[in-house]
Design a protein around this ligand. Structure first.
Ligand SMILES: [Zn+2]
Length: 255
């Protein structure tokens, strides 16, 4: 797909208030992700989707987990460690503070886990005063900036690494907040498919969704909801993908 086609497609999707695309960087065609159409977002905001370009004959997916607030889902964390499965974990400063044992586990398996920025206080990175899926948005450009920089500082403090990707709470944005986040040097942590419906799905539903992943998909799920049934299904889905021969890459490896 040519760069012009990509731009035209993005304009089309913009008009539907939702973007599905690869990274914004202009790279050789081989490395451009695939662009797919989708229904308009229910919130009227932009949901950023991305998909890894095929690489040789190997089938691969990128697992991404949000650690929003609350606790850690050890069913998922232990399954990843025990099965040597790589994942990208988007953490907030709030979650890091409350889960020192999980942080220690993530650090002890640094070759498996890429730690990225999910914000300081889990406020949607939306620069308008409004609610997004029941969460109060950051509400202004300055507040989005603090959310992003506060999350990055917390990752640096806990892990000694500088996050390269940012995913806001609820993973919804405005065009101007996306530009602001990119201007701060972060890539947007989009996704291709939802694995757990915000941890609200039944185990069976989550298992079906995760195990239906296709080559190149970026899966979004949650690793902070140990009491919800969804996590059990996420683990089953991941193990099915592994048994099917999929390999697992982090976002930095896949993009
Ligand atoms: Zn979240």
């Amino acid at each position: 797909m040519s760069v012009i086609a990509v731009v035209e497609h993005r304009v089309l999707i913009w008009s539907r208030l939702r973007i599905i695309g690869a990274g914004m960087r202009i790279l050789p065609a081989l490395f451009l992700g695939l662009l797919l159409a989708s229904p308009a977002s229910a919130t009227g905001l932009i949901e950023y989707h991305m998909h890894m370009a095929p690489e040789g004959g190997a089938r691969r997916v990128a697992l991404t987990f949000d650690a929003c607030t609350g606790k850690v889902d050890e069913r998922i964390l232990n399954a990843l460690v025990e099965n040597n499965i790589k994942a990208t974990i988007f953490v907030t400063a709030r979650w890091l503070k409350r889960n020192p044992a999980a942080v220690a586990t993530l650090k002890a398996h640094a070759s498996l886990f890429e730690i990225e920025n999910h914000g300081a206080q889990h406020l949607p990175a939306v620069d308008e005063p409004r609610d997004v899926f029941g969460l109060r948005a950051a509400g202004s450009a300055d507040a989005v900036r603090s959310e992003v920089s506060g999350g990055a500082a917390a990752v640096k403090a806990a892990f000694g690494t500088q996050p390269k990707w940012f995913r806001g709470a609820a993973a919804e944005y405005t065009g101007s907040s996306m530009a602001l986040i990119k201007g701060m040097g972060f890539r947007l942590g989009g996704f291709s498919i939802t694995g757990d419906g915000g941890a609200t799905w039944t185990a069976a539903h989550a298992e079906r969704a995760v195990s239906a992943a296709k080559n190149g998909n970026v899966i979004i799920a949650h690793i902070n909801q140990p009491a919800k049934p969804a996590g059990e299904g996420v683990v089953k889905g991941i193990l099915k993908l592994k048994a099917d021969g999929f390999s697992f890459v982090t976002l930095n490896e896949g993009f």
